[in-house]
Design a protein around this ligand. Structure first.
Ligand code: GLV
Ligand code: MG
Length: 325
């Protein structure tokens, strides 16, 4: 390990993160009863300009009045380039009950954006003597945000997670797609002629670089990387495949923009019982090896060593968190 110790953000289960428009208060009770780990009440892109003010009121009331169970609660404010943002922060942080856990900041472009929000939130928390310190969820969804992602990730002690906002990221980078997340047939490799003369097309993952880069920035700063929306909510298989790709790269959660996506995200982002059982066996086998003065041994015909313990401990810790939930 480096001499530099990576401090881990507040641990929260973040397998599924349900987006709920703040203007649609009729959806709040259902969201509170859902199986989502985190619910974010939106003031930004799912709310029309004329509804912003009422959405703030709905959210403040609902956070205080509704029984949200053991969910983590977040509010997505508007971007720093809009005139809605300051009022979102002032109204929400001044008036929301202490049930609120997180503020989600969209379209973060520079570390100074996070710094500015930290200053504002800190002043309001102090003035209002709020008991719970709010954490930040940061959406990386612009070319500028991706360019500055490492500085952004370390810009505040409030930072807890980075989220890949694929829709705005595509718009910002002028990527040739109109869908929200998922695969694109134009992003493919055409093989040379095979034995029979035919050529095969292998679809690639156009989001691989962006998600990988976000995972590195998040983990290097002790934050949770979370994959954002998958727009086609009728395509459960497509959602699952996208979530699996994100999970394999290190993401620990995925947004649900429709209630049907919650169970899928929870399933994909939870270690399977078989994986947990194997992790427990790895830890036991390594303990035994250590007692015999050995650093690497074989288990089921495969090499395991101290790195295997660290991998296994990540899985076991996650399983314990889920069991305690
Ligand atoms: C989320 O905000 C996105 O733009 O994908
Ligand atoms: Mg967005």
């Amino acid at each position: 390990m480096s001499f530099h110790v990576v401090e881990q953000a507040t641990a929260r289960l973040n397998r599924s993160e349900l987006a709920v428009p703040g203007s649609q208060s009729k959806l709040f009770e259902k969201a509170a009863k859902s199986a989502a780990d985190v619910v974010f009440l939106d003031l930004e892109d799912a709310v029309a300009p004329d509804d912003k003010e009422q959405a703030r009121k709905n959210i403040i009331q609902a956070i205080g009045d509704i029984d949200w169970g053991n969910k983590q609660l977040s509010v997505r404010i508007n971007g720093l380039d809009t005139h809605y943002m300051y009022r979102d922060v002032v109204d929400v942080v001044e008036n929301c009950s202490d049930r609120l856990d997180l503020i989600m900041i969209p379209k973060v472009g520079t570390a100074a954006d996070v710094y500015a929000l930290d200053m504002l939130v800190t002043q309001i928390e102090t003035a209002k003597a709020r008991k719970k310190r709010l954490g930040f969820e940061l959406i990386i969804e612009t070319a500028l945000g991706m360019q500055n992602i490492h500085e952004i990730a370390s810009a505040s002690k409030r930072n807890e997670s980075l989220h890949f906002g694929v829709a705005d990221y595509a718009a910002s980078t002028k990527a040739r797609t109109t869908s929200i997340g998922g695969a694109n047939p134009d992003y493919a490799v055409l093989t040379d002629a095979l034995g029979d003369g035919s050529r095969a097309t292998h679809w690639g993952d156009m989001w691989h670089y962006a998600i990988s880069r976000m995972v590195v920035a998040a983990r290097a700063n002790g934050l949770r990387p979370v994959d954002g929306p998958y727009g086609n909510f009728s395509d459960a298989e497509g959602f699952r495949a996208q979530a699996l790709r994100a999970a394999v790269l290190g993401c620990e959660g995925k947004w649900a923009i429709h209630p049907s996506q919650i169970a899928l995200a929870n399933e994909v982002m939870s270690p399977s019982p078989a994986d947990v059982a194997r992790a427990v066996r790895i830890i036991a086998a390594m303990k035994e090896a250590e007692a015999q003065g050995r650093g690497a041994v074989s288990l089921d015909g495969r090499l395991i060593d101290y790195a295997s313990i660290r991998q296994a401990e990540v899985l076991v810790k996650k399983a314990e968190m889920i069991a305690a939930h």
